[in-house]
Ligand binder design. Structure first.
Ligand code: B4P
Length: 191
């Protein structure tokens, strides 16, 4: 199996590039953001709770997203690998992901982190907010809070994968195709 963590701050292009990676390498896309938004839309108890955090740009509790990923890993058994998009976002989540994969005789092959400048992140999310209904993209102060939380609580996850020699920084500025080429080069080097 090929298991990839696609990492980076909000607006780095994780969702965008995940779509291209799953097509090229025939992988299953697991985005905790997408799963949470689907729960919110269906107004499930989990969705109602998650909305309280997402609307303020906060991370939802670890146990909630870990449970969602665990369920998805059990559901999709016959796949050739996963792109984990937006998960893990804390070291607790990273530890639990390793444990869940180990139970299945699997592991993360590579963690690729998209690097994008602060102002570009804010611009991309403000622009998406004009077209989409995403509540967390509507307000600049919420967008900035999400980026601050990334810097304070999520960025440290890089060290977790560095220690395992699985971390790879990828230039996340430029055209979507140029960035994708950088990702593919890293995947090919680690396959
Ligand atoms: P996510 O859904 O993961 O949202 P995101 O970080 O904003 O990134 P996304 O993938 O959507 O954006 P992308 O960079 O592709 O999370 C949403 C919220 O859910 C979090 O804030 C948190 O509350 C919660 N959550 C999710 N996972 C969690 C977890 N594990 N633990 C706790 N809480 C969790 O793209 C952004 C925009 O840029 C798009 O409009 C795109 O078109 C554009 N873009 C992409 N590439 C570009 C390029 N090269 N040039 C110009 N624009 C580009």
């Amino acid at each position: 199996m090929l298991n990839i963590v696609l990492f980076g701050p909000p607006g780095a292009g994780k969702g965008t590039q995940s779509q291209k990676l799953i097509q090229k390498y025939n992988l299953m896309h697991l985005s905790t953001g997408d799963i949470l938004r689907s729960e919110i839309e269906k107004e499930t108890p989990q969705g109602i709770e998650a909305k309280r955090y997402i609307d303020h740009g906060e991370l939802v509790p670890d146990e909630m997203v870990i449970g969602m990923i665990s369920q998805a890993l059990d559901e999709y058994r016959d796949v050739s690998g996963f792109v984990f998009d937006g998960f893990p976002r804390t070291t607790v989540q990273a530890n639990r992901l390793d444990a869940m994969l180990k139970d299945k005789g699997e592991a993360i092959n590579l963690m690729m982190s998209l690097e994008v400048e602060y102002n570009e992140l804010v611009n991309r999310l403000v622009n998406r907010g004009k077209e989409s209904k995403r509540t967390d993209d509507q307000d600049v102060s919420i967008i900035k809070n999400r980026i601050n939380i990334y810097n304070e609580r999520t960025k440290i996850v890089i060290d977790y994968y560095k220690a395992q020699d699985k971390y790879c920084a990828i230039k996340g500025m430029g055209s979507i195709d140029e960035i994708f080429q950088g990702l593919c080069d890293a995947v090919e080097a680690h396959k």
